[in-house]
Ligand binder design. Structure first.
Ligand SMILES: Cc1cc2nc3c(=O)[nH]c(=O)nc-3n(C[C@H](O)[C@H](O)[C@H](O)COP(=O)(O)OP(=O)(O)OC[C@H]3O[C@@H](n4cnc5c(N)ncnc54)[C@H](O)[C@@H]3O)c2cc1C
Ligand code: FES
Length: 476
């Protein structure tokens, strides 16, 4: 099995540690220290990471950001998500079959820290980071929590350049924007970073955070929920075969961990995510067999479509994937044409040989914590699903609990940055008084947001906004 790691890339440089040995189901594997475990296994040709509990069906990584449980493994006696762990010398990893056993010593969990903070920001993607950037110079105490080892959220895997104005990072690539924002925030000692730490629950006493060896009880005066979104799945035959992955999962594997998701790839969905990820796959040296799109037209921007077409990749509109096939992992897919009612047209099935099927079929906001806070919610498919009602300054119906970015409705990185700033200025007015500088900066960002949302691609968000808006109750 050839190594799936990417060693040469036109934009990215993957720094790898020393070689170390790990053991997977007794087999010795040579991997790189600090590498992501799911990526290291996949790079070593291990497609089947676990078997499902009930049916014993093989599973491979899907989301690569710890949200789908498709990569659960046993590690040194604990059940872990392989995509959220880094490898270390001598690690013993087991493929799970059936239900896992209770973790060893689960009755006494590590150590516990209780702390007060002015602002707890959950999620360090563009929304959370931009909010922290605005608040940090004020000296207020900020805690920024993220379940990943690096800050930046989805930006870390984005290699294309931003459009728009200089102030909104035009010309910078997504991962460079993450680095810039991080540098600006790290300058301030009043911002505490808690990485590889997940906000797991909201209690009367505060917000419970968990890292691998410690529990924290945060007692914030204000909370910003900037937890982003999770990729949607799609129903078709054998959709759980290893090799069926989220497009974002594949992007994480490829651009963050330097591992190719496959050689011959079928992409489902021609929105911006499907188009951009297809282009990045081509840059990484994979072939994109075709992109299928259920709509009768391409969903994303034509500038992105033109890029993949230049490589000769066909974009088949009014098509979907009917089933995947393969022994233990994807070896091909059957695609089918759809009529104007989205019904499959009998006899139009075609077989496509591919080793991976990437799903770029939308995202759903990560609203679990907002529900625990008791924020009033509304189901709006235009915004990606359940979202919190909020004021125009993004405060939910729970006082001092704010939303920003994809969790508030699926949009893009630039709008997430602007929303993060709006929340940041609102918190400053709340804690330090309604100073002119804060109010005018907030108004400027609200105007920018409105400007961005005039684009045709924002039509859905524009139409949904009035349905989530509640009145501002205070004198802001
Ligand atoms: C595959 C893909 C490609 C995209 N391409 C583009 C593009 O080309 N251009 C563009 O403008 N936008 C693009 N987007 C959209 C853009 O990335 C998002 O709109 C933007 O990142 C949203 O920012 P955010 O801060 O709301 O969330 P995210 O960037 O998703 O950040 C949320 C962070 O919160 C963390 N988190 C979640 N839950 C918890 C918890 N309970 N505890 C602790 N941490 C938590 C997550 O791990 C993550 O780091 C793309 C998105 C995807 C998935
Ligand atoms: S939880 Fe690891 S691949 Fe989804």
């Amino acid at each position: 099995m050839p190594d799936r790691r990417i060693f040469k890339h036109p934009i990215l440089d993957f720094k790898r540690g020393e070689k170390v040995r790990i053991y997977f189901d007794g087999e010795e594997l040579e991997v790189f220290e600090g590498e992501n475990l799911a990526a290291a296994l996949y790079a070593s040709g291990i497609d089947v990471i676990r078997f499902s509990e009930k049916m014993g069906r093989p599973r491979g990584p899907f989301c690569m950001i710890g949200k789908c449980s498709s990569c659960l493994v046993g590690v040194d006696g604990y059940v872990e998500r392989a995509c959220m762990l880094r490898v270390r010398e001598g690690m013993v990893v087991e493929r799970l079959r059936g239900l896992p056993s209770l973790p060893r010593g689960s009755e006494s969990f590590g150590c516990f820290e209780e702390f007060e903070t002015d602002i707890l920001i959950i999620g360090s993607g563009p929304a959370g980071l931009s909010c922290a950037e605005v608040i940090a110079p004020s000296g207020l105490d900020v805690t920024l929590v993220d379940d990943q080892p690096r800050v930046g959220g989805q930006l870390l895997k984005q290699t294309h350049r931003f459009f728009g104005s200089r102030e909104l990072f035009a010309g910078y690539r997504g991962f460079q924007v993450a680095r810039l924002l991080e540098e600006r925030v790290r300058k301030y000692s009043n911002v505490r970073f808690l990485l590889e730490t997940t906000a797991i629950g909201v209690f009367k006493e505060g917000v419970l955070l968990a890292s691998s060896d410690k529990l924290f009880l945060a007692k914030p005066r204000s909370v910003v929920v900037a937890t982003g979104a999770t990729e949607n799945f799609l129903v078709f035959g054998n959709n759980d075969l290893p090799g069926v992955m989220g497009a974002g999962g594949a992007q994480t594997l490829m651009n963050l961990h330097g591992v190719k998701p496959g050689e011959d790839i079928l992409v489902v969905g021609s929105g911006n995510v499907g188009l951009i990820v297809s282009y990045q796959l081509l840059q990484a040296g994979s072939r994109v067999t075709c992109i299928v799109e259920a709509l009768p037209r391409i969903g994303g921007w034509l500038v992105h479509a033109a890029k993949v077409r230049r490589y000769g990749v066909p974009i088949l509109t009014s098509h979907t994937v009917k089933s995947a096939w393969g022994n233990g992992r994807v070896e091909g897919a059957t695609i089918v044409r759809l009529d104007e009612k989205w019904e499959e047209i009998k006899g139009s099935e075609k077989e496509v040989e591919c080793d991976s099927i990437l799903l770029a079929v939308g995202l759903t906001p990560n609203v679990e914590l907002l529900r625990q806070f008791g924020a009033a919610m509304r189901y709006l498919p235009e915004m990606g699903g359940l979202v919190a009602l909020r004021t125009k300054y993004l405060e939910t119906t729970v006082p001092n609990v704010f939303v920003a970015g994809d969790v508030a409705g699926i949009e893009e990185a630039t709008t997430a940055i602007i929303e993060g700033r709006v929340v940041g200025y609102t918190i400053l007015t709340r804690f330090l008084g309604a100073r002119d500088e804060y109010i005018s900066a907030r108004e400027k960002n609200l105007a920018l947001l409105e400007e961005y949302r005039k684009a045709p691609s924002s039509a859905r968000i524009r139409s949904a906004w009035p349905k989530v808006l509640v009145e501002v109750k205070t004198c802001e």
